[in-house]
Design a protein around this ligand. Sequence first.
Ligand code: GLA
Length: 401
Amino acid sequence: MKQILITACFLLLLKSAAAQSTKLAPTPPMGWMSWNFFADKINETDLKEMADALIRSGMANAGYHYIFIDDGWQGGRDNKNNIIADPVKFPSGIKALAKYMHDRGLKLGIYSDAAQLTCAGYTASLDFEEQDANTFASWDIDYLKYDYCHAPVDVATAKIRYKKMADALRNTGREIVFGICEWGPRKPWLWASEVGGQLWRTTYDIRDKWKNLSDNENAEGILDILDINAGLHEYSGIGKWNDADMLVAGLYGKKGPSGDLGGTGCTNIEYQSQFSLWAMMNSPLYATNDLRNMNEATKNILLNIEVIAINQDALGKQAVRQIKDSIWNVFVKPLANGDVAIAILNRSDKVQKFNLSFSTLGLTGKYEIRDLWLHKNIGKGNNWKGNVQPHETKLFRLKKI
Ligand code: GLA
């Protein structure tokens, strides 16, 4: 009897944790993250300007609701050990910044690390989990990205440290999304949801490049990250997302974190591919470019609401890479209304012709084919043929007829 009761309680707890995650992040979070553009040189004025630009550009209406403050906001601890913001960078304080966001229908994310110092060497939360969680809640924070620099390498410690912060956030009573950022070495897709995360980074930091050109670069570009994240589809679902890291659209090789280690920039076709593929993989969509000065090509990518709809689809299924060879990758993603999205990536450096019969993907019958980059229906049938540019991703939505 006792055994049955304990099991029932445990199952109830698991169920309520899952319900909480579903509620906190029913679809992959979207917004703008400060790291690639500003590194740690952030301040409240720039962040407010980005929020204004998010609204002015139409991105907020398209679903980008978060401004994520990354590393570099911290100013140490006060004499009661409360974590404080750098008073020069944030003279009005973080609570006032959160109010600025909330007044405009946006949300505010913040950053810390499961050790004494963050990756960029600022004050972090180890041993102050409850106190910091309470501080974040008192500032009306909506999201915490929790990094893992300066922490031990083993999985057991990572689970303990992440769970401690997840519990502390939950105990505040405020709804705060928890983004786990240990970059993949401890396979967080196996445990991050269980310890209380709604999403988890699956790779090291993305650089603004298509792919690693040599072993010396040893830092991930779009294709390198794709190849890690694509195989993890079975771990992703509503309230538990594989996070393939930030979008690099519009950075064009800008100096800074994403410009290091071979990050000399991508073409618009490559940025468009990243957006299509990240949408198909249900990765969170965090823009990182200067939203105040976007060219038309970048706007077309970030504001493609038909592609965003694939990412935000209520069914929450990450695409499966059904074809994978040295030239072609084809991804298939079922959607809530019965449609199917397919992405066709040409990995090669040459224009390639493709003739894809949908039945090879298990899709029988006939479909109306909509090209989500051309924004038009391009035909009916059970196959697609055409040219794909080097590094381009075609993205189609198929409706059964
Ligand atoms: C790590 C993370 C990045 C960023 C920096 C900040 O590298 O993976 O996304 O948050 O730290 O220092």
